[in-house]
Design a protein around this ligand. Structure first.
Ligand SMILES: NC(=O)C1=CN([C@@H]2O[C@H](COP(=O)(O)OP(=O)(O)OC[C@H]3O[C@@H](n4cnc5c(N)ncnc54)[C@H](OP(=O)(O)O)[C@@H]3O)[C@@H](O)[C@H]2O)C=CC1
Ligand SMILES: Nc1nc2c(ncn2[C@@H]2O[C@H](COP(=O)(O)O)[C@@H](O)[C@H]2O)c(=O)[nH]1
Length: 323
């Protein structure tokens, strides 16, 4: 199996067929809905809160609300439905998550998207919850993860997942590789490639995106969408205060398995990172869209699908890369 990561791949330009980059179509379909770009802000409490979820849903960006305020999830779904906005929440695999599914079903509140978000998603516990959701909320689109291998993707797909999330340990706030020796850190792009070769449903590439061009690369190697944490952290709209130090502004980005999230030192596989403040997330998302449009034009195409066929070359990532 060829092993490579984002920095070791470059996509090869093809003849342009567009008059303008803005003619390139970056929209993507997941389930019954079409979204503006194939990007999902990570379902972490240092990235998204209710306000940002509403902001994203109103602008036709896909979002997944995190699961770290479990008692607020029912009301969140209700509120989004009242506002006629898409509802998309996360679940763990604890009794409270089963209870929430039951409450939603009883209230006939069907979330549009349910994401089962646990560290090690290749597990019977996830299969069992998928089965329960299928019975109780058969019309919700189920995303399940996180996993690292084709076997695990197939396991979740056969259990009934409508999409799987691939990536164990490549995240910026992640220390899984250091703490356990396991994961896809350093070969996340190859893991996407490997998983996509056998997957029958959409794959969401989760973690390790460090530059906007990595989004196009993830799509080239089989991702339908990408989940992004650090590149979408540090904005006005992200939760948390702006920190001022030596006349510079920062915001904190922390892992979902960090001490900052867990409030106890048990099974810590995440850390906190202090990132420069970056203004409005609107500008960052806009730039991601423009860079993707440019990528589509270099691919010689006019839509995201055209990225999936483009040739590539493996390069030594130590060579001068122009920055
Ligand atoms: N994408 C990634 O690389 C990673 C992401 N995370 C994120 O951090 C958050 C919190 O994770 P965390 O609290 O550690 O665990 P989870 O909340 O994901 O744990 C879910 C359940 O799985 C059980 N479990 C069994 N084996 C494992 C394992 N190797 N890792 C984790 N759980 C296991 C846990 O039991 P018990 O607690 O009793 O062991 C728990 O009941 C999640 O949102 C997850 O997505 C965390 C690590 C890696
Ligand atoms: N191993 C851990 N992974 C984590 C943790 N918190 C979040 N995550 C994963 O990272 C991505 C975001 O990655 P980024 O490179 O874009 O910053 C996120 O979606 C999770 O899958 C954690 O504490 N430990």
């Amino acid at each position: 199996m060829p092993v490579f990561d984002f920095d070791e791949v470059q996509l090869i330009p093809q003849k342009c067929i567009l008059q303008h980059r803005s003619d390139a179509d970056t929209s993507v379909r997941l389930g019954d809905h079409t979204f503006k770009i194939p990007v999902i802000p990570a379902n972490m409490s240092s990235i998204i809160d209710e306000q940002l979820a509403i902001w994203l849903a109103r602008r036709n960006y896909f979002y997944i609300m995190h699961r770290f305020k479990p008692e607020q999830r029912f009301d969140f779904v209700k509120m989004m439905h009242q506002k006629q906005l898409l509802s998309s929440i996360s679940l763990g695999i604890q009794p409270e998550d089963y209870q929430l599914v039951q409450q939603l079903a009883t209230a006939q509140l069907t979330p549009d998207y349910l994401t089962i978000d646990i560290a090690h998603g290749y597990a019977d516990s996830v299969k069992d919850l998928i089965g329960y959701i299928k019975k109780m909320l058969p019309h919700s689109f189920i995303i399940a993860g996180n996993v690292a291998t084709p076997e695990a993707v197939t396991f979740l797909e056969e259990a009934g997942a409508d999409a799987t999330k691939v990536g164990v340990g490549p995240g910026r706030a992640c220390i899984t590789k250091l703490k356990t020796g396991f994961g896809t850190a350093g070969w996340q792009l190859a893991a996407i490639n490997y998983c996509a070769q056998t997957s029958k449903k959409p794959i969401i590439a989760d973690g390790g995106i460090r530059n906007n061009g990595d989004i196009a690369k993830a799509i080239r190697f089989g991702a339908t969408m990408v989940m992004i944490g650090s590149l979408l952290a540090g904005h006005d709209e992200n939760p948390g205060e702006i920190i001022k130090k030596n006349h510079q502004k920062f915001k904190i980005y922390y892992g979902s398995a960090s001490q900052m999230q867990k409030k106890q030192h048990k099974n810590i596989e995440g850390k906190k990172v202090i990132l420069p403040y970056r203004g409005s997330i609107h500008d960052t998302l806009q730039e991601m869209q423009e860079d993707l449009q440019s990528a589509i034009s270099y691919a010689g195409g006019n839509c995201l699908q055209d990225l999936t066929k483009v040739d590539y070359i493996l390069v030594n990532n130590s060579i001068y890369n122009g920055d």
